[in-house]
Design a protein around this ligand. Structure first.
Ligand SMILES: [Zn+2]
Length: 316
C-alpha cells in the first residue's frame, strides 16, 4: 500500500508545530477536486462507510482536531480550503519574547474563556468515548486543547497540544488551574471592556481594535514569573515523551481514524505519515481538504458529529 503513495514534503522540525506552507493554487485545485459522489452522498451513506471501516479494524488510532469540536460551539481555525479564518493564532516566540503579545493574548483569552468553559461535548466526542469503552481505540490523540474528550468520558487522552484548563509558570513550573488564573485576570482588569463575542478555537477571542497595553497580566503568585497556558502554541514544541507515547500506540494499531483535522500542522500529520509508512489503512472524516487526502484509503466529507453519531451506536 505504501509504495504507490506520493512522497510528502513536510516543513517544520520533527518536534515543532509549524503551519505547512501550502501553495494556494494547489489548495484551490484540491478543493475543486472534492468527489461529486461524496458531495452527493447522504449522511447515512457516508456514515455507513465509516461504520464499515470501524468494524473492519479492531484497534483504531484516533486522531482528532478542531473539526471535532465545532458542533460544541468552538470554531475551527481553518476554512474548507485549509486557510486561516481570521487572524493567525499567536506564535510561541511572540508570547515568550513580547510583554505586549502576552497582554494581547491574556486579554483575549480572559474574554474567550467563559465560552470555552461552558462548551459541552457533542456526538463525535461521545461516539469516540464509546469506541474507547468497547476497547476499540488503541489511542486517542487530540490536537484540541478544549478538554471535551475528557468531558465526554474518555480517558487515556493524549493531549498533543496540551490543555487550556491548566496554566504553568515558565520560571518555577508551578501549575495552576485556568479558573484560578481567570480570577486573577478579572480581579486585575475590572475596567476592561469586552467589545466582541468572537471566540476562537484556543479560547482566544477577537477583540477588535483595542489598546492591549492597558491590560494587566498577572504574574506567578509563587515566584513572580511569567504565566503561560499549558498549551503548545504555533512554533512551540510538542514534548518528546508525548510524541513517543503516541507513536508507540500507533505501532500497536490496525488503522488510523482522523476526525476533524485538516492536518496542516506537522504535530498531527507526522502520525498519519508514519501510519502510511507502516502500511496502516487510514480514514479521514473532515469538512474540507486535508494535507493527507492522498494518503487516505477512505476520505469522508461532512460534519464530524453527524457522521460519527451515524457510525457508532452511542445509545447502547
Ligand atoms: Zn512561578
Amino acid at each position: 500500500m505504501g509504495t504507490g503513495r506520493p512522497a510528502l514534503s513536510c516543513s517544520g522540525g520533527a518536534d515543532t508545530i509549524e503551519a505547512a506552507a501550502i501553495n494556494e493554487s494547489t489548495m484551490r485545485l484540491q478543493s475543486s477536486e472534492v468527489s461529486p459522489a461524496a458531495a452527493a452522498a447522504t449522511v447515512d451513506a457516508t456514515s455507513a462507510q465509516l461504520r464499515q471501516f470501524i468494524d473492519l479494524h479492531a484497534r483504531l488510532f484516533i486522531l482528532t482536531g478542531a473539526g471535532c469540536s465545532t458542533a460544541s460551539g468552538i470554531p475551527d481555525y481553518r476554512d474548507a480550503a485549509g486557510n486561516w479564518k481570521g487572524a493567525a493564532p499567536i506564535k510561541h516566540q511572540a508570547f515568550i519574547n513580547s510583554a505586549y503579545h502576552r497582554q494581547r493574548y491574556w486579554a483575549r483569552s480572559m474574554a474567550g474563556w467563559p465560552a470555552m468553559r461552558r462548551a459541552e461535548p457533542n456526538a463525535a466526542h461521545r461516539a469516540i468515548a464509546r469506541l474507547q469503552e468497547r476497547g476499540r481505540a488503541s489511542a486517542l490523540v487530540t490536537q484540541n486543547v478544549d478538554g471535551l474528550h475528557l468531558a465526554a468520558g474518555s480517558d487515556r487522552v493524549i493531549h498533543l497540544h496540551g490543555r487550556m484548563d491548566r496554566v504553568l509558570c515558565l520560571q518555577c513550573d508551578t501549575h495552576f488551574t485556568r479558573s484560578y488564573v481567570q480570577e486573577l485576570l478579572t480581579d486585575g482588569n475590572r475596567d476592561w471592556v469586552q467589545d466582541s463575542v468572537t471566540v476562537r478555537p484556543d479560547g482566544d477571542m477577537e477583540l477588535g481594535d483595542v489598546d492591549y497595553s492597558r491590560f494587566s497580566v498577572p504574574a506567578c503568585p509563587v515566584c513572580g514569573g511569567v504565566l503561560k497556558p499549558d498549551v503548545v502554541f504555533f512554533g512551540g514544541a510538542v514534548p518528546k515523551p508525548r510524541v513517543e507515547r503516541a507513536r508507540r500506540r500507533l505501532q500497536r494499531s490496525d488503522a488510523v481514524l482522523v476526525v476533524g483535522s485538516s492536518l496542516m500542522v506537522w504535530s498531527g500529520m507526522r502520525f498519519v505519515r508514519h501510519a502510511a509508512e507502516l502500511g496502516l489503512p487510514i480514514a479521514i472524516v473532515n469538512q474540507g481538504v486535508t494535507r493527507a487526502d492522498d494518503l487516505a484509503d477512505l476520505k469522508l466529507q461532512g460534519d464530524c458529529a453527524d457522521l460519527l453519531a451515524g457510525a457508532v451506536d452511542v445509545a447502547t
